[in-house]
Design a protein around this ligand. Structure first.
Ligand code: MG
Length: 255
């Protein structure tokens, strides 16, 4: 069942969203050549705690760190480590924070150093895919309208979207119904719910520079592209309203 949030729940989710987005801004500001992914994890962890929140991903189904950092061909669920970022690395950072029982979930991709024009285009297109999908995050549309806009944006730019991992409802739980795929099923095998005001969803295009195929590394977490080409990720938690969608994971600087 898709839960529509009350005004009280939405106000808490705004707070959780602001903390999560500020943590993303902090993480992005740390991405630089020579920095370890663990040092970003540590600083973001401490920031989230300092805000009276908790990092949702820590120990989530056994995930060992507070945030996910996925570099280059890593798509999502990369584990922060002693790895030092190198010039041109494409660094996807996914952050969840829970405040007073409600979650914010957001991600963005940053480049260490200046990077190549190809890498910058991948990052920009992935962000654009989110905003193309956001246009349909309105009462009167269905989940698949968001999915179609994201898929079209990625594929028109010569990229592909990941099939095995999808966006999702978010609230008291990190993952709630409905699923928000970044592609349209043909033929459709799953429900395609209508969007209603009060729904809170995480829309998160995962865009591969090469093919859509992915695999999971032996660490059981890190998802990588099968062809070894780069991948980017961009995500916000949003609220469906009677008017324009509201991005809940907002900060002064939106990557
Ligand atoms: Mg998510």
């Amino acid at each position: 069942m898709i839960k529509r949030k009350t005004d009280r729940e939405i106000e808490i989710m705004r707070q959780a969203g602001r903390i999560t987005a500020a943590a993303r801004q902090l993480a992005g500001s740390m991405v630089a050549v020579g920095v370890t992914t663990q040092s970003i994890n540590k600083k973001v962890h401490d920031f989230i705690i300092s805000q009276g929140a908790a990092p949702t991903f820590l120990n989530y189904r056994g995930f060992p760190k507070s945030i996910c950092i996925s570099v280059n061909e890593q798509v999502i669920h990369g584990i922060p480590s002693s790895r030092k970022l190198a010039e041109g690395d494409v660094v996807s950072i996914d952050i969840g924070a829970i405040k007073d029982g409600y979650n914010g979930d957001c991600a963005a991709t940053f480049i260490a150093g200046s990077g190549s024009p190809e890498s910058r285009r991948l990052v920009e297109v992935t962000r654009k895919c989110f905003f193309e999908g956001l246009e349909f995050a309105r009462v009167g549309y269905r989940v698949s309208d968001i999915s179609r806009a994201i898929q079209r944006c990625a594929e028109e730019n010569g990229y592909s979207v990941v099939r095995e991992y999808v966006g999702h409802g978010v609230g008291a739980k990190l993952h709630e119904p409905p699923e928000i795929p970044n592609f349209v099923e043909n033929p459709r095998t799953k429900a395609d719910p209508r969007l209603l005001s009060g729904m809170t969803i995480a829309v998160e295009p995962m865009v591969n520079a090469g093919g859509a195929a992915i695999k999971v590394l032996d660490d059981k977490w890190t998802v990588v592209t099968s062809d070894g080409k780069n991948s980017a990720h961009y995500e916000n938690t949003i609220l469906i309203t009677e008017g324009d969608p509201e991005i809940l994971t907002v900060s002064e600087i939106m990557p």
